[in-house]
Every structure is written in C-alpha cells, then in structure tokens.
Write a protein that binds this ligand. Structure first.
Ligand code: CTP
Length: 400
C-alpha cells in the first residue's frame, strides 16, 4: 500500500538556504503519487522560485494569505481542511516562533493555525538561534501541542560555521512523513521483524558462497508492514534495494549473523517473517588468506551445517514464549513436491503460516506464484501476483 498515493500534502517552505532541498522533497513526494501543494513565504521565494515547485508538483504555489481559488474560496483555508499532512521544511526560527504563538500573518502560519492535520517541522537555522532559550521554549511548546519536529543535524551552516542547525535530509523527512500517515494503522504500536535476502558465507577473504535471493519479497513485506503503522526491523543482506521508509535496518552477512540478529530483534515483536534465504551450509573453515589454485585440477570444499534459524526460534517459543513473537511466518521455496514440503516445514518449524513458492520460476520474475498455508490446515492458493500485492495479501491474512 502506497500511503502517499493521491494524498494531499502541503509543503511549507520558509526562508532559509536549506530551501533548495525542499525541491527534492517536493519532487519525491510527487513521484510517490502525493498531491503536493507548496506554500512559500516571501523570504523563501528569495531563495527558490515558485516556478521550480510548480514544475515539480504540477500545482500552483501558494504565496498570498489573501489569495482566492477559482471558486472564490480562500486558498489556504481550503488546503488547511483538505491536507492530510503539513510539512514545513525548512522551518526557520521566525516561523517556529509564529507557530508557537499562534500568529497567522503569512500563508504558512495561517494554514498551520487553521489545519487539524498533523504538522511536521524540519527546523533549519544557525546554532545560536537553535540553542537560544526562546527557540528551545517555542519548540517545547509546539511538541507539547503535538507538532512533530525532526531535529536538525550538525554540519556546515549558512554562515560557514560548523554546528547544529542543518535541516534533516529529504529522505529522513519523507520517512517521517510516511510514519505520520501510517499512524493509527492496524499494526500501530506493534513491532514486526522481517528478514530479507540470501546470506554470504566466506570461503576466504575474497570469496563467498551465496545464492540468487534478491531480497525483494522481504522489502515488499517491510514496506507493507510500515504502511500499516508497524515499527519494522528489517534484517537484510541486500545492498542494492532502497530502504523502505522508516524501517530500522540491520545489515547481516552470514546465516550466523542473521541468527543473532533474529534472536535479539524478535523479543517483544508481534510478528516475525523469515523471507530470507539463509545458507544451510558454510565452509568448514574460512581461510585467512586467498586460496591459491597452485597446481590443483580440482578443489573439494568441506561444508558444515549452519544453524536452522526458524528451528532456534521454535525452541525459544517452546521454552520462553514471552521472548518469542506472537506470529511466526516462514517461506518454502521448492523445486518439487511444493505443498508436501511446505506442510512438513510448517509443522517441523512450529510456524503459524508458511508461504510456499515454486522455484526457479519465481526467481527474478515480476509476478510470484504462492500458496499460503496456515497451522490449522487452511490453504490459500493465489494467482501469480507482483511481490507488493503478495505482501498485501499476506498481511491481510495474518491480521484477520
Ligand atoms: N531458514 C532458516 N534457517 C536456515 C535456512 C532456512 O530459518 N538455516 C528459513 C527460511 O528463511 C525459510 C524457511 O526456513 O523461511 C524455509 O527455508 P528452506 O531453505 O526452504 O528450508 P530448510 O529447512 O532449509 O529446508 P531444505 O533446505 O531442506 O528444503
């Protein structure tokens, strides 16, 4: 589920050099399908022109607190009512002070006073202004009133000095926006742990044993859980997929890394989904130096068993159920006897659900064929679906 799709969002831009980054925010939100309406203060318009935003969002910008729409409605009032979220990025010390005191003498402060949508502020200013007791108090007042503030980072400031006051990066702001839109979803307040990708087992410092898992299924599941309001911990070996907005990412390499991460992260989680393809075996010894071919015609590798991660989860579940997730979901990718093998794994690994996929047909293909098998014997055979759709169906089933 893409929470940005068709969602009216106001992006308020105030007068700071960080305003150039607002163009990136506007562009990403538009690409994600949001209806983006940019409001600019006069000072902001000196840093970045309305035309930039109009070209990026395909909507007129709001400049004038007294402007009327084509239907003779007051523009900012109409948007204050329609918007699902107001992002003010960058938010200057001046705008923050106005919001804290209820001023409404420019288009952004007027809109912020009138709206009942959540407000997300990304402050940007010099360190002295950020640390000043007036700003501290204004920020505290706004937070107390339920305004969300993305703390500025430290680095180069407009003055050339180094310090705290740099606006958060556009990606972080969009991730926060996504979390705000997902609030109140069916998984709000719940932790979901998802594993993704294959593992890499070192043979020597330059070679690994790996597999073809792309990790896309795990990433689609993470995005779906996030859009339902969950707090998501994604344990992944994948480097080339964009991080789902708002997920906490833990990078893993080997199956043993993944085991440690799963045992740590699953405490207090509602759901664990093992979409990863951990290697069942690893080299018995990983050489300290690169293995040379010398005059060998063949090389025989000795492999030893890796831990069965779901098997370990089942053990914790049996011994200390409070440390294990309420629902545990596995995957079974099989070349033959798909359902029979999947039923066996469901029982052996003490799972609540298993998602059975025929391989190699699903590798790299846009659509995935899957059957969902539940502990009580229910089996749901699905038509081939894109991974995002399959993720939606899986969560629909898990949470009903
Ligand atoms: N899995 C796991 N630990 C492993 C290997 C797999 O927890 N060392 C998980 C996978 O993430 C998946 C499920 O177990 O959710 C089934 O994986 P699969 O490799 O099909 O099962 P195996 O038990 O390894 O069975 P086999 O390889 O013999 O088919």
């Amino acid at each position: 589920m893409n929470l940005f799709e068709h969602t009216p969002i106001v992006l308020g831009v105030t007068g700071s050099i960080a305003a150039y980054k607002s163009a990136i925010i506007a562009s990403r939100l538009h690409q994600l399908g949001a209806q983006v309406h940019v409001a600019l203060t006069d000072a902001a318009a000196q840093f970045i022109g309305p035309l930039t935003f109009e070209a990026l969002t395909h909507n007129p910008t709001l400049r004038d607190v007294l402007a009327l729409t084509a239907e003779s409605e007051i523009e900012h009032v109409t948007l204050a009512k329609r918007a699902r979220l107001i992002i003010i990025a960058p938010a200057t010390a001046n705008t923050i002070a106005k919001l804290a005191h209820g001023f409404a003498n420019d288009v952004i402060s007027a809109l912020a006073l009138d709206t009942r949508a959540p407000i997300l502020l990304a402050p940007a200013m010099e360190t002295g202004m950020w640390e000043h007791p007036a700003t501290r108090q204004n920020i505290a007042t706004l937070k107390q009133r339920g305004v969300f503030v993305i703390e500025p980072g430290s680095g180069n400031l407009a003055s050339g000095a180094q310090g705290t006051g740099r606006m958060a990066e556009p990606n972080e702001i969009i991730a926060q926006a996504h979390q705000l839109l997902a609030r109140g979803g069916p998984l709000a307040g719940k932790r979901v742990v998802i594993t993704a990708g294959g593992t890499r087992e070192a043979l020597d410092p330059v070679r690994v044993i790996a597999n073809h898992s792309s990790g896309k299924m795990g990433y689609a599941l993470a995005a779906e859980a996030l859009s339902r309001g969950a707090q998501v911990s994604l344990l992944t070996s994948v480097e080339d997929l964009p991080n789902p907005f708002g997920a906490e990412i833990t990078r893993v390499v080997s199956a043993r890394d993944l085991l440690q991460a799963v045992l740590r992260e699953m405490r207090g989680a509602e759901i664990l989904i093992m979409a990863a393809a951990p290697a069942d075996f690893r080299p018995a010894a990983s050489a300290d130096q690169k293995i040379k071919k010398e005059d060998r015609a063949e090389l025989t590798l000795a492999l030893v068993r890796n831990p069965d991660i779901l098997g370990e989860v089942a053990r914790v579940r049996a011994e200390t159920p409070a440390d294990a997730p309420r629902l545990v979901v596995g995957f079974a990718a099989e070349t033959n006897d798909l359902l029979q093998n999947a039923r066996g794994k469901l029982a052996r690994k003490n799972l609540d659900w298993i998602v059975a996929n025929p391989v190699p047909q699903t590798f790299g293909s846009a659509n995935v064929k899957a059957t969902l098998l539940k502990r009580d014997g229910t089996e749901l055979d699905l038509a081939p679906l894109p991974k995002e759709e399959l993720a939606r169906v899986i969560f629909d089933r898990l949470t009903t």
